[in-house]
Design a binder for this molecule. Structure first.
Ligand code: CP
Length: 308
């Protein structure tokens, strides 16, 4: 059996919970399929299938791009955008809620504010579950679309110099991406406000994988070396004292882009608050809106390989 067919078999009805569950070859195959989707959508391959879109936390991009991806492939979508409209507001457990939803749908996409909720959901149902973000823990489909975008704009993934700036403690997009990027021997630079640094456990994980990384006070210290700047907002909803964290030193403006590599690109999972000034949007380095557009192609590829 060819390795590609083997990977496709491994994805059939598989849950997507954490980037830790993916091999390098599996990641590369998903990116290849997303590229195919972007070049020419495959038609109504998921006609008759139903996706349950269960969002217990606000979302614009992840929810709507999953729903758009399913509909573009000919499938149907059921679900809710607020947990308060489910019977969990009547004290039904997450386990029972997901077990029931699994009776109605072929695949469940879940976003939840609690770390580990997506894995718990996957244990409650026989249907594949895709983690659309669980607390500060993981956001695997964001990471896959980030890697797709990086590969597309840089022509490769291996050996790139990538800075991660902003809330490195509570940001699940950063955590997932740093884990996955370690498959590609990226050199990582971390820049965070005091108190929002990368958790020790993540540092240990990167060390175990022999990844070169360093911590910096400002983006300017490393800017000329970078291929990618990955910006994030402070995750105010996950901390009781968000007002104590000052992010004025982490605000990217157009004047900070002098002397960078011509090919350097700025990514952000969005939404942004004030960490990238609008003056950056019109520079050739801004790439965050292309990044969010890629979410539909990547999610089409994932739905197709799991359900197709
Ligand atoms: N990037 C991301 O997860 O955005 P949403 O919160 O809008 O889904």
């Amino acid at each position: 059996m060819s390795p590609k067919i083997h990977i496709h078999d491994a994805f059939k009805n598989r849950s997507v919970i954490s980037m830790r569950d993916f091999s390098k070859d599996e990641i590369l195959e998903i990116l290849r399929l997303a590229k195919e989707m972007k070049a020419s959508p495959p038609g109504e391959t998921l006609k008759g299938k139903i996706l349950a879109s269960c969002f217990f936390e606000p979302s614009t991009r992840t929810r709507l791009s999953f729903e758009a991806a399913m509909k573009r492939l000919g499938g149907n979508v059921i679900g809710f955008a607020e947990g308060s409209s489910s019977s969990m507001s009547k004290k039904e457990t997450l386990h029972d809620t997901l077990k029931v939803i699994g009776e109605y749908a072929d695949l469940i996409v879940i976003r939840h504010p609690v770390d580990g909720a997506a894995r718990l959901a996957a244990e409650a149902t026989q249907r594949p579950v895709i983690n659309a973000g669980d607390g500060s823990n993981q956001h695997p489909t964001q990471t896959l679309l980030d890697l797709f975008t990086i590969q597309e704009c840089q022509g490769r993934l291996d050996g790139l110099h990538v800075a991660f700036a902003g809330d490195l403690k509570y940001g699940r997009a950063i955590r997932s991406l740093a884990q996955a990027a370690s498959h590609f021997n990226m050199r990582m630079y971390f820049i965070a406000p005091n108190g929002l640094e990368l958790p020790q456990q993540m540092c240990e994980e990167l060390k175990r994988r022999s990844i070169l990384f360093s911590f910096h006070q400002t983006l300017q210290e490393v800017m000329p070396k970078l291929d990618i700047v990955y910006m994030t907002r402070i995750q105010e909803e996950r901390m009781p004292n968000a007002w104590t964290f000052c992010n004025k030193d982490y605000i990217l403006n157009a004047s900070m882009l002098k002397g960078v590599k011509p090919t350097m690109k700025i990514l952000h999972p969005l939404p942004r608050v004030n960490e990238i000034e609008p003056s950056v949007d019109s520079t050739p380095h801004a790439h965050y809106f292309e990044q969010t557009r890629n979410g539909v192609f990547l999610r089409q590829a994932l739905l197709n390989i799991i359900l197709g």
